[in-house]
Design a protein around this ligand. Structure first.
Ligand SMILES: Cc1cc2nc3c(=O)[nH]c(=O)nc-3n(C[C@H](O)[C@H](O)[C@H](O)COP(=O)(O)OP(=O)(O)OC[C@H]3O[C@@H](n4cnc5c(N)ncnc54)[C@H](O)[C@@H]3O)c2cc1C
Length: 488
């Protein structure tokens, strides 16, 4: 998850060594390593005995009106909305691995109204239509809640709101300003600590409407189930390997055959896009998460947290955290790692150095939980683009549509992206296809080694800005000027 107010590619700081701890830094680090390495190296949300059995792959040749590629939220919402709008249309969704195994089943579960990766980013990039985007984002979140109710999806959806906290003096004023601009509630130190009790909190900004918590894997599984109930065919373990089009439609080559479709929607997120020219527009940036053991009633009381809001802090490098339904704390973010070459690889899902850092920062935030264990640790790829919110378009003369680049805030926004893809495939102008956000594109990333060097320079600069009361160096100011800056 990336923060609403701004994004962050993360940065390099010394490993998290608890301020609260006594003893040497080395001993502390050993203790943290022991605690995180005892956790299961797998996403908490997916680690469930009631996970659905695999669906059959697609073998041989098949045909449909709409082929959807990717079984995360993008693909699932696209298939569901397409079939709801036109029950006579045949829809086939193919997923290369398992439904919800990728970002959709391993995120922080913050289901947010913002379509633009936070108000600051949206207001800066789309000033003329920001109000419309805010309305569409809230409608989108309401529609997600309604669909969960309509299909009876059991995914712990809780519209509990979210608090952004200030942990440094210089962050307090910007939260106060944001409260005026965005209609959220400013909380001073006492008020925010009365909600959730951390000695690090100096202020908070409570958005009560625009954020919900969700068990994301169960949402993905429930959406897949809902799709099938209304007639969508879903095939798992069916990677698409290429696209070709002619006057009659599109040929999707898969590992075991061919799928012919009149139209194709791509919901492939951080994975290599099947439309080659899109490859320079997104880079996979890895984000990491820990989940604790369930808190005892005494531990929960020591933290407060009566209203179950999601939380995030205000630095360029920030944490996001929330309660699960069984009162564990999910704690993620801060580091964000780009690997040279921009590959998506299983091996990158685990990063002990980041887990140790995150654990130290967790105990700094909640010293009253010192010693609580972690049950799960994992990471996942975020489809980062240079404008930090999704971009959209079509290829193959309007027969293939895509929505990519959610940059860590796509749990809810993918439903909006699904609507945009379907509108683009309809060939008709709609309210959504006329939006500047839909018609415009981010800047592409440069090829390697420039992409890697640029990301490292940005991470270093953001970490430095966090240590210098938010002051941005020349590099960050140049990115701001080019429209690629954070916290713009
Ligand atoms: C650690 C982490 C924390 C996050 N936290 C949050 C959060 O709290 N809130 C929030 O809003 N966002 C968060 N995000 C981002 C959010 O999870 C994503 O934006 C969202 O899930 C994207 O959905 P998707 O369907 O586009 O992508 P995915 O869920 O990645 O699905 C894409 C699917 O396409 C499949 N695929 C790819 N290529 C092919 C192919 N050629 N053939 C067949 N199938 C293919 C993949 O196997 C995959 O299943 C987080 C992401 C991560 C990694």
């Amino acid at each position: 998850m990336a923060r609403r107010a701004s994004g962050g590619l993360g940065g390099v700081v010394p490993p998290g060594v608890s301020r609260a701890s006594g003893g040497s830094a080395g001993a502390r680090r050993e203790e943290l390593t022991r605690l995180v390495m005892a956790a299961q190296p797998t996403p908490f949300w997916l680690d469930r005995p009631d996970a659905p059995a695999p669906r059959e792959p697609l073998r041989g040749d098949a045909a449909c009106d709409l082929a959807v590629i990717g079984g995360g939220f993008s693909g699932l919402w696209t298939a569901l909305l397409a079939k709801e709008a036109n029950p006579g249309r045949s829809v086939v969704l193919i997923e290369g691995n398992r439904i919800g195994w990728a970002a959709s089943g391993r995120n922080g579960g913050f289901c947010e109204a913002s379509l633009t990766h936070g108000a600051d980013n949206g207001r800066e990039r789309f000033p003329a239509e920001f109000g419309v985007l805010e309305r569409l984002g809230l409608e989108n979140l309401d529609a997600i809640e309604a669909a969960i109710g309509r299909y009876g999806i059991d995914c712990d959806f809780e519209r509990a709101g979210a608090i952004t906290v200030a942990t440094e003096d210089y962050q307090v004023a910007s939260l106060r300003e944001a409260a005026t601009a965005d209609g959220a509630m400013f909380l001073d130190a006492d008020a925010v600590r009365a909600q959730v009790n951390s000695p690090t909190y100096l202020a908070g900004l409570w958005d009560k409407e625009g954020s919900a918590g969700v068990q994301p894997a169960r949402l993905a599984w429930g959406l897949a189930d809902a799709c099938e109930r209304i007639g969508v065919r879903i095939a798992e373990r069916t990677p698409a390997t290429g696209l070709a089009s002619d006057a009659d439609g599109v040929t999707v080559r898969t590992r075991h055959g061919v799928l012919r479709a009149r139209r194709v929607a791509l919901g492939t997120n951080a994975f290599p896009p099947l439309v080659r020219r899109l490859r320079s527009y997104i880079v996979p940036v890895y984000d990491y998460v820990l989940v604790t053991e369930p808190l005892s009633p005494a531990q929960l009381a020591a933290v407060g947290w009566q209203n179950r809001q999601g939380l995030s802090d205000s630095g360029n490098q920030f944490h996001y955290y929330r309660l699960t339904s069984d009162n564990r704390i999910l704690w993620g973010g801060y580091d964000a790692i780009y690997h040279f070459g921009g590959d998506v690889r299983r091996a990158y899902d685990q990063r002990p150095a980041t887990f140790v850092k995150l654990a130290g920062q967790f105990y700094d935030t909640f010293p009253q939980l010192e010693g609580i264990g972690f049950s799960h640790r994992w990471g996942g790829a975020i489809d980062t683009c240079s404008r930090f919110c999704a971009f959209f378009g079509s290829a193959h003369r309007g027969r293939v549509a895509y929505a990519l680049g959610y940059t860590g805030l796509g749990v809810a926004a993918t439903r909006f992206g699904a609507r945009v893809m379907l509108d683009l495939l309809s060939g008709q102008p709609t309210e959504l296809t006329q939006l500047q956000m839909v018609r415009s594109r981010p800047l592409p990333f440069p090829p390697e080694p420039l992409a890697y060097l640029g990301v490292q320079a940005t991470r270093w600069s953001l970490a430095r800005a966090d240590r210098r009361c938010g002051r941005r160096n020349l590099w960050l100011r140049a990115l701001d000027a080019a429209g690629m800056g954070y916290d713009s």
